[in-house]
Design a protein around this ligand. Sequence first.
Ligand SMILES: NC(=O)c1ccc[n+]([C@@H]2O[C@H](COP(=O)([O-])OP(=O)(O)OC[C@H]3O[C@@H](n4cnc5c(N)ncnc54)[C@H](OP(=O)(O)O)[C@@H]3O)[C@@H](O)[C@H]2O)c1
Length: 705
Amino acid sequence: MQSCFWGLFNLSKVLCEYETPMRLTVVSDDMQSIVTPSIPEKSLLIGPISVLPHEMPHIETQSIDISLLHISADGLKKVAKQIIHEIDSANDERMVAYRGNDRWIRTIKDAPIKEMNHLESEWLRPGGTYLITGGLGGIGLTIAKHLAELGAGHLVLLGRRSLPERSSWESWLAQHADNDATSQRIQKVQAIEDCGAKVISIAANVVDHESMAQAVSDATAKCGSIHGVIHAAGTMDDQLIMLKSRASAEAVIDAKVKGALILDDIFSAQPLDFFIVFSSIASYLGLPGQIDYTAANAFLDTFAIERSQRANGKSLVINWNAWRDIGMVVNGMEVNGQQENIEAGASGKEIYRVAHPALDQCIDLSDHLLQQHKQQHLFSTHFSINKHWLLSEHQTKTGVALIPGTGIVELMRAAYTEHCTRASEDHNRKAVTAIALTDIQFLSAFQLENEDGQHKDRDLYIRVEGDEQQANLTLYSESDEMPHAIGQARVLNAPPSLQANSDISGIQNRCTKVLETDGKYLAQSFMDFGPRWGCVDSIQYGDAESLLAIELPESFISDLEDYQIHPSLLDIAIGGSQVLINGFDKYQDFYVPIAYEQFNFFDAMPKRFFSHVRYDSSAPEGLARFDASLMDEAGKIFAEIKGFTMKQVEADFASSSTSTFTTSTSTTNTETKKESHSSADNLAAILREAISPEEGIEAFDRVMA
Ligand SMILES: NC(=O)c1ccc[n+]([C@@H]2O[C@H](COP(=O)([O-])OP(=O)(O)OC[C@H]3O[C@@H](n4cnc5c(N)ncnc54)[C@H](OP(=O)(O)O)[C@@H]3O)[C@@H](O)[C@H]2O)c1
């Protein structure tokens, strides 16, 4: 392995640093299986030979394979001349082999395979037991179901992660979202068992001989002798040679190469009807970014031929084209796509339902394999005007539906609280209530595009990363490089003394002027508020301070079970104090929120409360800054706000779909974006040619026949 792959891997990395056009000739002995048996490990050379020119077009490569078996001194001289002649003539063929006087080149030929009746198979034993490594993966589960339909008795599906205990399947399905990877696997296993086969899911790493031997022995004890093996375990970790680390390449290669060798060893003394390895057309094409994957699959190609010459049962390799809808290529596409939310389902991360009505689901993105791992959850919501009052009740007079800043604050609070509960080791722990949200910045509005009077649905993501001491929150839609809002959060273990009773009557005595309202609504001319915004009881104001009495209309009381910071109430509780801004004209001046310096939240908002707002007149022109205390009717403070800042904008600011609140939008790494687009484009091109699962099954049947 050292001389076959790593030497050439290291050399390739070095050659990538040079821009001079060059040709690299790799001379091997007995790599190609022609006349004499080959040594499969040598095929790993094919990885660098095939991939290097795709990544570095100025580097040409050629492989010359010779045989040194039983060679005489004269034979050796002849081979030396053949090699020199081959290098001098600079032919186009990338794969050349010499055997005696013959020069061989690699070509691909059609091999017609007869069509099969889908449910007829002579190669499968009725009631037989079959082991599939990578059996809980996309193709593994599809093939397993097919074997069950054909009459297999037991299917042993092996991966590094097994399924949860059978007894917990029902509760797992209830707690997790439909697109949770484990939920989908459970449902597929149930469908396999509906066909009459029994499924055993075993956790073992194919690169670990001891645990594989144990897994096979356990499976045999439960289901009797194994009659056939399909080695489908594999991973992909696409990266250009220049960036590829040895550890990453090793993981990709080992699952296929060591996995096949270990299985071959474990079953060496046991008769098998078949031993099939799943390879890829990558071993012929040598796709950019896949030096390791190409090498590993090239090994499998040769391994199957070599095994067929020495071991019992049918040895086969299937070089799959990309599969549509399931499996690692689709998953790779999703990982590289812009929408991280799908990524988790694909990569086996858990996806939970979230009880909050404005949060659909949550994916645990923490890397639990790392010792010093950072807790990370990604929340997502598919926002629709028909489903979410946060949008339908908060529209501009020009028909733009957008989530209010206070809605963003509540989403941050709810997501962070859920994050802390999920991240806690103690799963029975009560949800945290008192938290501090700090440095919240609103960078651009999250609004629904309005096309021909129809609001288009849109996904919003909230990434929470960190712990109870400190976490970062990012709200974004199309790209996390252009967030709508960012902020930080921490748990307040000992809420400060601010919670003491406030002197409401003293404030009332200072705030003697009464602001005229539009019934229960704030009088203004920019927004079309829905009924939840009809919550003003009274607004009194004085010199740079105001007192607002707010009450949620009776029909929406149940909102408070989920919305602990109720967005419409908070919106009015502070926004209703704009009268304090110097020279403010409620019919002319339109202010939007741009930041909260600190939002300390101690307890859930009651249905009726007071908001005591203080205006900070030192803010620069065009900005308005406030502090506020929110308290219940007894004067107990449940939230304290510092540095809530608003900015004056043009009245039609929200009618452009890219309305931003501040000029300090986060930096966009265009280079990274360009790269991830092109890699997604590559995968998209591969997927256009992909086969459907039905076509995959048909091909499998025909190959097996
Ligand atoms: N999908 C395609 O379009 C396509 C195209 C060409 C070839 N193929 C080949 O077909 C095979 C199946 O692909 P797929 O699309 O079904 O991929 P997949 O959905 O990613 O499934 C692969 C499975 O292999 C398991 N696995 C990976 N490393 C392992 C290890 N060290 N030990 C035990 N299990 C391991 C994984 O489970 P854990 O993570 O739990 O271990 C995973 O469930 C692969 O060999 C792939 O190279 C696929």
